[in-house]
Design a binder for this molecule. Structure first.
Ligand code: NAD
Ligand code: IPM
Ligand code: MN
Length: 356
């Protein structure tokens, strides 16, 4: 029996998380696995119900689970609360930090059926399979932040980018290990021409590289990297980078796959791992059955593989997604001429049918 904590959150979160649950239930029936789900409040939904975006009870549910599936948090309704009450800074970041989830794996894989769904030319993206590892509990997100009033009027803001050797080392090591299991190419993304944190990052990468002579390493500056991802994304295999660079580059990379609604993620490093789509709460389409559930469903597949070691079951979900896309079913974000437009729920139903 596997215990899964569900944190639907806000916006499209409560629409997409139940789709992953339905797919997991179908997989459970087919392969005779028992999944037990416990739902907890997070984000704006938790703030509205309890006055805090990350209730202690939610943390308990997470710590007692074997894995966590999260939808998304945030939305215009909560954007102007004090920082510690806002869904992003008051819930999502502390959750990642408290659970020790320092490595965020974001695979950008172009599904063959979607090679011409991208806004880039098909030959640039088709066959793309890159793994971006984003450091998740350090950097600008977690450094000291403060504001001061200036005597002559106006304000001064301080936002610090902090990393320790140990924090960099553990995530970079994961990058080398991952590269070793894939095509043995690691690109370390930094801004070493300007940032001191990037200089330390690069030194550590260089030092660890000696332990991985079989991995072809290159350092790339983040601005060039953004350009290269659009110019020729297939030059990359595994990428590793700090928190903020990884946040930005993965939204960019998601569009190569056709839509941000396609990209799953796994956050690892602590006792319990967290799985979530890389997209947000999409307030513009929430509550309309328009959201693409595939990123969340593929996150559930990552959970089966990484947290539970259920490779066959994970692959079954991925193949079902492939089949449904091959059959021509599309949510609005990946819609193409001549294809069959479906909503969030209907897409899931097709994926479940394809499992059988
Ligand atoms: P977003 O990812 O929510 O949306 C960006 C665009 O992509 C929107 O047009 C949206 O409709 C579309 N989109 C996103 N997911 C989709 C899906 N599954 N199917 C179809 N289309 C999809 O980013 P945003 O608009 O910048 O942020 C909205 C809110 O979400 C903000 O409050 C932000 O802080 C929050 N956010 C939360 C998370 C998270 O919880 N992990 C991640 C990113 C953003
Ligand atoms: C993500 C999101 C979050 C991040 C926000 C909502 C704090 O954009 O998961 O990519 O920047 O990490
Ligand atoms: Mn993001």
């Amino acid at each position: 029996m596997y215990k899964i904590a569900l944190l639907p959150g806000d916006g499209i979160g409560p629409e997409i998380v139940p789709q992953a649950v339905r797919v997991l239930q179908a997989v459970g029936e087919k392969y005779n696995r028992e999944f037990q789900f416990e739902t907890a409040l997070i984000g704006g939904a938790a703030y509205d119900a309890t006055g805090h975006p990350l209730p202690e009870e939610t943390l308990d549910v997470c710590r007692n689970a074997d894995a966590i599936i999260l939808g998304a948090v945030g939305g215009p309704k909560w954007d102007n609360l004090e920082p510690h009450l806002r869904p992003e800074r008051g819930a999502l970041l502390p959750l990642r930090k408290k659970l020790g989830l320092y490595a965020n794996l974001r695979p950008a894989v172009v599904n063959p059926a979607l090679a011409d769904a991208s806004t880039l030319k098909a030959d640039i993206v088709s066959g793309l399979d890159v793994m971006i590892i984003r450091e998740l509990t350090g950097g600008l997100y977690f450094g000291e932040k403060r504001r001061e009033d200036l005597p002559g009027g106006g304000q001064k803001v301080v936002e610090t980018l902090e990393y320790t050797t140990a924090e960099i080392e553990r995530v970079v090591r994961l990058g080398f290990e991952m590269a070793r299991k894939r095509n043995k190419k690691l690109s370390s993304v930094d801004k070493a021409n300007v940032l001191e944190s990037s200089r330390l990052w690069r030194e550590i990468v260089e030092r660890l590289a000696e332990e991985y002579p079989d991995v072809e390493l290159n350092h790339i500056l983040v601005d060039n990297c953004a350009m290269q991802l659009v110019r020729n994304p297939k030059q990359f295999d595994v990428m590793v980078t700090e928190n903020m660079f990884g946040d930005i580059l993965t939204d960019l990379a998601s569009q190569l796959t056709g839509s941000i609604g396609m990209l799953p993620s796994a956050s690892l490093g602590g006792e319990v791992a967290l799985y979530e789509p890389i997209h947000g709460s999409a307030p513009d389409i929430a509550g309309k059955n328009l959201a693409n559930p595939i990123a969340t469903i593929l996150s559930a597949a990552m959970m089966l593989r990484i947290s539970f070691g259920l490779e066959t079951e994970a692959a079954a979900i991925e193949q079902a997604v492939d089949r449904v896309l091959q059959q021509g079913y599309r949510t609005g974000d990946i819609m193409q001429p001549g294809k069959i437009k479906v909503g969030t729920v209907e897409m899931t139903e097709e994926i479940i049918k394809a499992l059988e």
